[in-house]
Design a protein around this ligand. Structure first.
Ligand code: HEM
Length: 601
């Protein structure tokens, strides 16, 4: 069934779970045992039979899984045991906690409670695996790649927004997208910094003129600014035409409402950004509700209006690319790939305007929110640790001077900057969690060494774990990358030097999948080097011009500062001065409002 047809899926499930058992019960009572049920007994009897069928099915599934485990010599993934049937209390607790708790803390608490790194939440009798286990994440993404795919449920949630783009497809279509996209991230293409130069200059002009360069009096939402910078640069890189969002209305300190992710503006760009972000929030909310989300959207697909706004921006670009292709074909002109932009190249490969649009949208999503997130959190660290900003600036001035063009080699020599970027990606990976689905049952390797002493009675039982078939697995790189067992007791601390000191770095060198901000395996990020270049380039220019960054909590929209109760918790949560949140990608709730200034030298 097509993933967009969630109402049909729900109807078929209704048929399977309610109607078929009812019909069977009717058949048994009226024709086989010829029993007449009275008005008062009919309803409970039917309901009882339906529940019995569900329990039997669940029992049968467990038996089959048990047999599978016996065959493979694997053990069961530990299961959360709630107080209510179907772990409904756990579901309610999670839904409540998502609103106020620290990012992914809900999951961390479960792992701590059960003293293991991979768990089955089994909410509403449906297996759902969550993992922060480095070995299991490596298996899902890389060594056991063929056992997993994005799967039916994820596609169903994302279809209206991401359609047939690379993030929402597997197998043939995914391979086609990946093959088409990869050449556009070849070294020579992404080392041409003209585009970064142009949009960095625009963004920095905005900072200068808004904040009053030497005093930095007026705060600015840099998360919003970086999103515009990343989108304008990516749109020119990908389709040779800039969406020019840096020219649209900017959010104003103290007068800005909270948008779905950051701050909101009321103009055409504001409506695009809002729809773009809202669509991601809707997808996240669907995944929290789980399998039954269509029940809440039976009459209204919540992403239909968001998708419509976003498509209205992209459709004309696609139309014009297809028109240009037709004109070129008529004129008998055929230009080599090297001279084409990504959109032109896509248009060459297919006439299907929907596929082209969906892939374009996926790349805009990939390039805007992730890079903006990285720059936002680097700025956050420069604001709360001024010594980091000073050290970065010293390195920049030493290797790149105060002005002049920047080369790829110069960027490569900025070792401390690379360490700051990596440390930021470790603590705040722009994709903090992700989901895959098992194609069939398979065996996860033995767990990593976290909690080894406590859950192992099992130390004597280091068996692998049985992963049930057609089951979702949510993996949580943010938790893995803050795991003290892997990173040492200071795992929560921001310390770029861990990337520079040989001995400490060896932890990662010998075990690279403990750091996967760009994912791993066959679906590893295609834009990784583009992102490193873009972020480094931007930071060089920023630090050549400015040296002082300070948070402006009074400018944060109401409700976007971290709750006081976080102070009583441990780890980063206790000292957090902003509210990290996630909707497909990580962001700062309400935006990151900072004063950016340059001390008069
Ligand atoms: C700091 C910046 C970035 C981070 C942290 C990041 C992270 C990721 C991650 C975690 C994935 C895997 C997603 C999944 O499998 O579900 C991914 C995939 C991808 N990324 Fe990035 N990304 C970044 C920037 C970019 C940029 C700038 C582009 C392009 C302009 C890009 C293009 C892609 C593409 C096309 C994929 C899909 C690969 C596939 O499914 O085969 N990324 N990225």
């Amino acid at each position: 069934m097509h993933p967009s047809n969630y109402r049909m899926r729900l109807s078929l499930d209704f048929l399977r779970i309610i109607v078929l058992p009812s019909a069977l019960f009717h058949l048994i009572t009226t024709h086989l045992i010829k029993m007449h049920l009275g008005f008062l007994t009919a309803l409970p009897s039917y309901l009882g039979f339906i529940i019995c069928c569900s329990i039997s099915k669940s029992f049968l599934t467990r038996m089959l899984q048990h047999a599978g485990r016996q065959r493979s010599g694997a053990k069961e993934i530990p299961c959360v045991r709630g107080a209510w049937p179907g772990n409904v209390d756990i579901l309610m607790k999670m839904l409540r906690a998502f609103k106020t708790s620290y990012i992914l803390d809900v999951y961390l608490q479960l792992f701590e409670e059960y003293q293991c790194t991979t768990l089955n939440t089994r909410i509403l009798w449906t297996d759902h695996i969550i993992t922060m286990d480095q070995e299991h994440i490596k298996f899902v993404l890389s060594t056991g790649f063929e056992h997993f795919w994005r799967g039916r449920w994820q596609k169903e949630r994302m279809e209206r927004f991401l359609g047939q783009g690379i993030f929402n497809r597997d197998d043939e279509m995914w391979r086609m997208h990946r093959g088409n996209t990869r050449p556009f991230f070849a070294r020579e293409r992404i080392s041409d910094f003209d585009i970064f130069e142009k949009y960095t200059a625009r963004a920095l002009n905005i900072i200068s003129s808004t904040s009053n360069q030497y005093s930095g009096q007026t705060p600015i939402d840099v998360q919003d600014l970086y999103s515009r910078f990343a989108l304008d640069a990516a749109s020119e890189f990908l389709f040779g035409q800039n969406l020019d969002t840096l020219s649209a209305t900017l959010p104003v300190a103290g007068k800005t409402k909270m948008g779905p992710k950051g701050s909101a503006t009321e103009d055409p760009w504001g409506s695009f950004a809002s729809a773009f972000e809202m669509a991601q929030q809707v997808i996240t909310a669907r995944s929290r509700v789980g399998y039954f989300w269509p029940v809440f959207e039976i009459f209204r697909d919540k992403n239909a209006p968001n998708a419509e706004v976003v498509h209205r921006w992209l459709d004309p670009l696609v139309k014009s690319a297809l028109g240009e292709k037709e004109r070129m074909e008529k004129a008998g002109i055929c230009s080599p790939v090297a001279e084409k932009n990504f959109l032109q190249h896509l248009a060459e490969s297919t006439d299907d305007s929907i596929i082209i649009r969906d892939q374009l949208l996926s790349l805009l999503l990939a390039s805007r929110d992730t890079t903006a997130c990285l720059l936002t959190y680097v700025t956050y660290f420069m604001a709360i640790y001024p010594e980091v900003a000073n050290r970065l600036r010293t390195e920049v001035l030493e290797h790149c001077g105060a002005t002049g063009s920047i080369t790829y080699e110069q960027l490569r020599n900025l070792k401390y900057m690379r360490a700051v970027i990596n440390e930021t990606l470790r603590l705040y990976p722009p994709v903090p969690l992700n989901v895959r689905e098992s194609r069939t049952g398979c065996t996860l390797p033995p767990s990593d060494s976290t909690y080894k002493s406590s859950y192992d009675a099992d130390a004597a039982d280091p068996r692998p774990l049985h992963m049930p078939g057609s089951t979702a697995i949510t993996f949580l790189p943010l938790l893995t990358q803050r795991n003290k067992e892997l990173w040492g007791s200071d795992a929560d601390a921001f310390d770029p030097d861990r990337w520079l000191e040989k001995e400490r770095l060896s932890r990662f060198v010998t075990n690279p999948t403990m750091f996967t901000p760009f994912s791993a395996g066959p679906r590893i990020c295609l834009g990784q080097n583009y992102a490193y270049n873009e972020a480094s380039f931007f930071l060089v220019r920023l630090l050549q011009q400015f040296d002082t960054f300070s948070l402006a909590p009074e400018a944060q929209p109401v409700g976007s500062l971290p709750p006081l109760e976080w102070k009583r918790r441990k780890g980063r949560q206790a000292e957090e001065q902003i509210w990290p949140a996630a909707a497909l990608t990580l962001f700062v709730k309400g935006g990151l409002w900072v004063r950016v200034a340059r001390e008069a030298h």
